[in-house]
Design a protein around this ligand. Structure first.
Ligand code: S3P
Length: 173
């Protein structure tokens, strides 16, 4: 498969940043993370952006960062779980690189995110129910943009990275 960039999409807790970092190392690409970039630019964490600007304000910042970063080359970009909501982001990702959807169950997402306070959408009474709702709404969008889907369910990072590398080498086009 020919590619100038790799874009990783998928829900919170799927392992996008961990897998992306290791994949970038394996491919000798530069690793970028849209949430980290937003935090670097604003100087505050994601919950603070949601608090002061709402989800809409965060999505506007995310849109700007994805537009800019997706124009680079030889990067692996881990996107935030909601990046696929904006049609412009979907268009940029599909036209500027290979898109990989890292998939896992809401239960697995929950067990990976339950100790983390950095995800404002999960600051609710029932985070697992929220994860299920988000998955139902977003799974079709992840699949719409993805060149291929890789499961991270009960799997270690290196096994996932090996599968991605193999599929990048062998899959059409
Ligand atoms: C979000 C996912 C988060 C972050 C923000 C919103 C979402 O990124 O962008 O909290 O809408 O699913 P991760 O998927 O890296 O946790």
């Amino acid at each position: 498969m020919r590619y100038q960039n790799i874009f990783i999409v998928g829900p919170m807790g799927a392992g996008k940043s961990t897998v992306g970092r290791q994949l970038a190392e394996a491919l000798a690409f530069e690793f970028k993370d849209s949430d980290q970039e937003i935090q670097r630019r604003t100087g505050v964490d994601i919950p603070t952006i949601f608090e002061y600007e709402g989800e809409e304000g965060f999505r506007n910042r995310e849109r700007q960062v994805i537009d800019e970063l997706s124009q680079e080359s030889s990067i692996v970009l881990a996107t935030g779980g909601g990046a696929v909501l904006r049609p412009d982001n979907r268009q940029d990702l599909t036209s500027r690189g290979v898109v990989i959807y890292l998939h896992c169950s809401p239960e697995q997402q929950y067990s990976r995110t339950s100790r983390d306070r950095n995800r404002p959408l999960l600051h609710t009474e029932d985070p697992l129910a929220r994860l299920r709702e988000l998955m139902e709404e977003r799974d079709p969008l992840y699949r719409q943009v993805a060149d291929f889907v890789v499961s991270t369910e009960r799997r270690g990072t290196s096994s996932v990275v090996k599968e991605i590398s193999r599929r990048l080498e062998s899959d059409a086009p």
